[in-house]
Design a protein around this ligand. Structure first.
Ligand code: PHE
Length: 465
C-alpha cells in the first residue's frame, strides 16, 4: 500500500522522508517504543517496586493514559504536518487557542535530549555484552563471575566511553542521512526477531523450575509492597516505554496518511510494547529466583541475570550474542527517534543543514552522556540532591533518569492531553482520530478528564508524601 505524499501538499519539504505504508508507520512507532525501556528498565523497576501491584498499576497507566495520549500526539502531528513545535502552534492557531501550548513540545524535546544522553550509555552496555557473548564469557558463569563482569564494565570509564561513543555515532549516522528507508527495513526484520529471541529466553526460563514463582511475582498484586512513589514510577514508565511526552509521536504522525486510523494504530503499538515488556519479565525473573539473585538489584538487573541463563543453556553463546545484538538494535531504533525531533528543529532554526545539525546535537548529547558514565564510577558518591530523603543515594545519572521519566514526560503529556481535550474542536478530532461513536466518546473523556486528573493527583500526592 502506498500513500500520497502528505506533507508535500503543505509545502513541507523536510528531509525526514515519508512512511511508505501504514505498516511502515506502525513498525517505526514500534521501533521507537520497544527498546531498553521494555527489556532493561521494566524488569528492574518492577523488581525494585515489589512486583504484581506495580505491574497492575503500570498496565492501567498504559491503557487509560498512555494509549489515549499516544493518539493525541499522533493527531497533533498529522493535523499540524510540521515539526512538533510548529505543529502545536498551527493547531492552536486553527482552534483560536494560545500558542503557548507548544511549551508541551518544548519540555518534551528537552527531555528527549537528556534521555538520549544516558540511553546511549546503556545502549553501550548492551553493545559491550555482544562481545562478551561472542567470546564465550557467559559459558559456565556463576552469579559471582557474572556480577564481576558487570562490575568491571561499570568501573571502567574508558570502556564505557568507547561503547557510548560508538553507539552515539551509529545514531548520528542514521539521523544525519535521514535514512527512513534503511530504518524501516531494518525494523521490519529486527522487531520480529527480538520477539522470537525473547520467546526463546522465556522458553529457557520455564526450565529453571522457578517459572511459577516469577508468574506469581509479576501477576499477583500485593499492594502492601507498592509505595506512592512506585505509582509515580509506573506512570512515568508508561510514558517512557511508549515514547510519549517527547514530541516523538507528533514528529512521526506528521508523515502519516489520512486514511490510517490513529485509534487502531495506537492500540496495536500499545499492546505490542506491553507484550514485549511482560515477556522480558517472564524471561528474567525465573533466572533471578533460581539463582537467589536480588529482584531489586536496580539498573544492572538484566546484565546480571540473562548472561547466567545464556551460560547454562545449550548454544548459549550463540543465543546470548544474538540477544544482545537485537537489544542494541532495539535501543538504536529508539535512540534515533529521540534524536530526530531535536535535530529537525535545529535544522529549521539554523543554517547547519541536516547532517550538521545531527552532528551538533549528537555531540552535545554525547558530552552530557559523560556525566552519566562518571556517575557509575568516579562520581558514584556524588549525590547532588542527597539533602532530600527521596533522592538520597541518587547520582547524576539516577537523577536525570528520575526527573525526565517521572516529571518532564508526565508534565508534557498532561499539557498535550489538556490541549487536545479542551482546546481542539471536537468535530476535527472526531474526523481525524478514526474511532467510531462510543469509542470516540471513551477516548475523549479519558483525554479531557482522566489523564490530566490522574497525572495531577499522582504529582500532588508525591509532593505531599
Ligand atoms: N520507548 C523507548 C524504550 O522503551 C525509549 C524511548 C524513550 C524512546 C523516549 C524514545 C523516546 O526503550
Amino acid at each position: 500500500m502506498t500513500q500520497s505524499n502528505p506533507s508535500a501538499a503543505n509545502g513541507d519539504t523536510s528531509s525526514r522522508g515519508l512512511w511508505s505504508s501504514r505498516l511502515a508507520f506502525i513498525l517505526a512507532v514500534t521501533g521507537s517504543s520497544v527498546g531498553l525501556g521494555n527489556v532493561w528498565k521494566f524488569p528492574y523497576i518492577t523488581g525494585e517496586n515489589g512486583g504484581g501491584a506495580f505491574v497492575l498499576v503500570y498496565l492501567a497507566c498504559i491503557a487509560v493514559i498512555g494509549i489515549p495520549i499516544l493518539m493525541a500526539e499522533v493527531f497533533l502531528g498529522r493535523n499540524g504536518r510540521h515539526n512538533p513545535i510548529t505543529s502545536m502552534r498551527l493547531v492552536a492557531e486553527r482552534n483560536l487557542a494560545s500558542p503557548l501550548w507548544r511549551v508541551s513540545a518544548i519540555v518534551g524535546m528537552i527531555a528527549a535530549f537528556v534521555i538520549l544522553s544516558f540511553y546511549s550509555v546503556i545502549g553501550g552496555w548492551a553493545a559491550a555484552y555482544i562481545g562478551h557473548g561472542a567470546t564465550g564469557d557467559f559459558v559456565g558463569g556463576n552469579p559471582d563471575t557474572i556480577n564481576a563482569m558487570f562490575g568491571n564494565l561499570l568501573a571502567s570509564p574508558g570502556e564505557l566511553l568507547l561503547w557510548h561513543s560508538l553507539f552515539m555515532a551509529l545514531v548520528v549516522l542514521v539521523v544525519s542521512r535521514g535514512l527512513k528507508k534503511g530504518l524501516e527495513r531494518s525494523v521490519t526484520i529486527l522487531m520480529p526477531a527480538l520477539f522470537v529471541l525473547l520467546l526463546v529466553a522465556v522458553g529457557y526460563a520455564t526450565t529453571t523450575g522457578h517459572f511459577g514463582e516469577a508468574v506469581t511475582f509479576l501477576f499477583r498484586p500485593d499492594f502492601g509492597k507498592l509505595s506512592i512513589n512506585g505509582v509515580l514510577i509506573a506512570l512515568g514508565h508508561a510514558f517512557f516505554t511508549l515514547s510519549l511526552g517527547m514530541a516523538i509521536m507528533m514528529a512521526y504522525g506528521s508523515y502519516l496518511g489520512r486514511d490510517v486510523s490513529i485509534g487502531r494504530t495506537a492500540v496495536i503499538v500499545g499492546v505490542t510494547d506491553t507484550l514485549v515488556a511482560l515477556l522480558a519479565g517472564l524471561a528474567i525473573f525465573p533466572v533471578v529466583f533460581a539463582n537467589n539473585l536480588e529482584a531489586g538489584a536496580g539498573p544492572g538487573l538484566i546484565f546480571q541475570t540473562l548472561p547466567l541463563a545464556f551460560g547454562q543453556m545449550p548454544m548459549g553463546s550463540l543465543f546470548g550474542t544474538l540477544f544482545f545484538v537485537l537489544l542494541v538494535f532495539a535501543a538504536w531504533t529508539s535512540a534515533i527517534s529521540l534524536l530526530e525531533p531535536v535535530v529537525e528543529w535545529v535544522e529549521e532554526k539554523t543554517t547547519l543543514g541536516r547532517s550538521g545539525s545531527a552532528m551538533l546535537v549528537g555531540f552535545l548529547c554525547w558530552a552530557l552522556g559523560i556525566v552519566s558514565i562518571l556517575s557509575l564510577n568516579l562520581w558514584s558518591d556524588v549525590t547532588p540532591l542527597a539533602m532530600f530523603e527521596r533522592f538520597e543515594g541518587k547520582t547524576f545519572f539516577d537523577l536525570m533518569d528520575y526527573f525526565t521519566a517521572n516529571v518532564m514526560l508526565p508534565l508534557s503529556g498532561m499539557l498535550t492531553a489538556l490541549f487536545v481535550g479542551w482546546c481542539v474542536a471536537r468535530e476535527s478530532l472526531k474526523q481525524d482520530v478514526g474511532l467510531d461513536g462510543k469509542l470516540f466518546g471513551v477516548w475523549y473523556g479519558l483525554t479531557r478528564y482522566v489523564t490530566p486528573v490522574a497525572v495531577a493527583v499522582v504529582f500532588v500526592y508525591n509532593l505531599l508524601s
